[in-house]
Design a protein around this ligand. Structure first.
Ligand SMILES: [Zn+2]
Length: 129
């Protein structure tokens, strides 16, 4: 199969390791890639994944409590979450995928209780292909 330029899709001539036909195609391709990385969709997606990574990192026991400022200092942003679950005490847990947090105060210190999503207890997850 003949290789084509990553940018313009024209067949490539010459060196076997070439991926672009010229410098213009190379810089245009990288510019488009960069542009795609900064769409709102990508930015929100990145924040959600960072949130999940931090929740998972600080919740290796399945349930734990952490100071809110500690999570925020690492880039956690509680405005971004995927879904919620409320318990019988009307406390709302916010989830980033399968890891969740419940904001509360303990001795006037803002904290997050960290939990993992338990489908048998919190409700079945969507079954979409
Ligand atoms: Zn090209």
């Amino acid at each position: 199969m003949k290789k084509v330029c990553l940018n313009c899709k024209e067949p490539l001539e010459g060196r076997i390791d070439k991926v672009f036909c010229n410098a213009y195609c190379k810089s245009n391709y990288h510019y488009q890639q960069k542009k795609e990385e900064t769409t709102p969709f990508k930015q929100i997606d990145k924040q959600l994944k960072l949130n999940r990574r931090l929740l998972a990192h600080y919740n290796q026991a399945g349930k734990s409590t952490i100071r809110k400022e500690k999570l925020l200092s690492q880039g956690f942003d509680p405005k971004f979450y995927t879904h919620t679950w409320s318990n019988s005490k009307e406390q709302t847990y916010y989830f980033c995928y399968d890891y969740g947090f419940l904001p509360l105060f303990e001795n006037d210190i803002p904290k997050f209780v960290l939990v993992t999503y338990q489908p048998q207890y919190m409700g079945a997850l969507p079954d979409i292909d």
